[in-house]
Design a protein around this ligand. Sequence first.
Ligand code: S3P
Length: 171
Amino acid sequence: RKPAPLPRVIVLIGLMGAGKTTIGRRLAHALDLPFIDADQEIERAAGCSVSEIFDRHGEAAFREGERRVIQRLLDGRPMVLATGGGAFMNPQTRQIIRENGHSVWLRCPLNILRKRLEGRPGRPLLADGNISEVLETLRKTRHHIYAEADIIVDCGDETVRSAVERVVTAL
Ligand code: S3P
C-alpha cells in the first residue's frame, strides 16, 4: 500500500522562541515547499514592525491584522507557514488555520525558551516584565489551546536538523 502523502500546507504554532521560523525555513527546504513567515508578512503589509503596531494601534489591532494576513496567505497553495505565538490563540485565526492547514505545535521547555529570548528585543510581550514570569503565564494560558494542533512535536536543545527530522517523521 502506498504511504499517505505528506500534508502540503503546514502551519507551525507555539510560543515565542520555539523555533517556528528557524525550523520552518529548514523544514520547507527539506520538503521543497515555499516558506512564509506570518509576522514578516504582517510587517510588510503594515509597513512597520510588530512592536510598532503594538505601540501605535494596540494588541487587538495587531490580532485583527494577523487574522487577515493569515487568511489571505492560506489560500490552498502548498507552504510551510510560521505564525506568531499568539495567532492560534485567536479563535477566528485558529479556525482558519485548522480548516486550511496541518497545524504543528513546536512544544519546547520554558527554560530553553527563556535562554533563547533573553536579550532579544522586538517582542512586545516581553518588553516589560520578567521573561520567566511572562513565559509561565503564557504556558498556563496557551498550552492547552496549542494542544489542539493536529500534531505536537517536542523540540528543545537538539539541532535544527534533528528538529526538522522529528517534524517530518511526525507528519
Ligand atoms: C507574539 C509572538 C510574536 C509576535 C508578537 C506576539 C505572541 O511572534 O507575533 O510579538 O503573542 O506570542 P513569535 O512567536 O514569532 O515571536
